[in-house]
Ligand binder design. Structure first.
Ligand SMILES: [Fe+2]
Length: 290
């Protein structure tokens, strides 16, 4: 799929042609920002990321996991604008974290080499930020070879598979899928549909599979991909979400059936190194029973 430059989604296989037109639009937008004097402000906005704390309650959370803390880091695109990643690492230092999850889009480009981004993830590993380790999934900017490179760093990459976490006699399950924008296969759907019963968390690069996960009994769904719109109208309304479905889940907390979802605005940026009305973030989620 990577070599063919095809876009495999749950409903179609297309060529990735739309990026040519999108890139032209982006350069025009960049010129307009420079002419209007807003470019520098946009870059300052992109550098200004925050630590967002959320507490989520679930009736079916095992008591042993009450207070369990999950750190979500998403969309760093570390070789485009590097500083937000370093800020993210500063923001999380000293925080008690049980599990760290990386929800995709680690580099700027959607193809080509990736080895140059690995030192950024070595820095994360050097801080060993989470007691139960780090799970990662791939986004549409990532390639299959990155899985092995990440695993060599000690990051557990979930490609359509489930891991179980234990506290005392209780277990919860975390299922991670492959990217569903360029590299969807039925294995992603199957991973969600065959995950064990119990309290389970889905890691999917975007909200695209929310209905499938909700029907499969997931309690929590963590996604990124949209950058919260990155450039939004006043009030935070995104102009572009890069979502084919579930566009209302482009940012923040949402619910689909009985499942809670969170789409983070992410750490980094793509296209242009600017943000407007959409602040980048690292997310620290505390799970509560009740
Ligand atoms: Fe993405």
């Amino acid at each position: 799929m990577e070599a063919a430059k095809e876009k495999h989604t749950p409903w179609a296989i297309e060529e990735r042609r739309h990026w040519v037109a999108f890139r032209r639009l982006l350069s025009l937008f960049g010129v307009a920002l420079r002419l209007s004097g807003l470019y520098r402000r946009g870059v300052r906005n992109a550098l200004d990321i925050k630590l967002k704390r959320i507490e989520l309650r679930f009736e079916n959370l095992p008591a042993e996991f009450d207070g369990y803390r999950i750190l979500q880091l998403s969309d760093p695109h570390v070789d485009f604008l590097a500083a937000p990643w370093d800020t993210a690492l500063e923001l999380i230092s000293g925080e008690r974290v049980d599990l760290c999850v990386l929800t995709g889009d680690y580099r700027k480009r959607v193809s080509g080499p990736f080895e140059h981004i690995l030192p950024a993830f070595e820095k994360l590993m050097a801080r060993s930020p989470a007691r139960d380790g780090i799970y990662a999934i791939l986004g549409n900017h990532d390639c299959a070879d990155m899985a092995e490179a990440f695993e060599n760093l000690g990051i557990d990459v979930l490609i359509n598979e489930t891991r179980s976490l234990q506290r005392g006699d209780a277990r919860i399950h975390v299922t991670g899928t492959d990217d569903v924008h360029y590299y969807y296969t039925d294995a992603a759907r199957a991973a969600l549909e065959t995950a064990p019963d119990g309290f389970k968390i889905a890691l999917v690069h975007s909200a695209e599979l929310a209905d499938i996960a909700a029907n499969a009994g997931f309690s929590l769904y963590l996604a990124g991909h949209t950058h919260g719109g990155q450039v939004c109208l006043p009030g935070g309304m995104p102009i572009i979400t890069h979502l084919g479905r579930h566009r209302r889940y482009a940012s923040g907390l949402w619910r689909h059936g009985s499942m809670t979802g969170y789409t983070t605005t992410g750490i980094g940026v793509s296209g242009l190194p600017v943000r407007f009305n959409s602040r980048g973030e690292v997310v620290l989620i505390t799970l509560r029973r009740g």
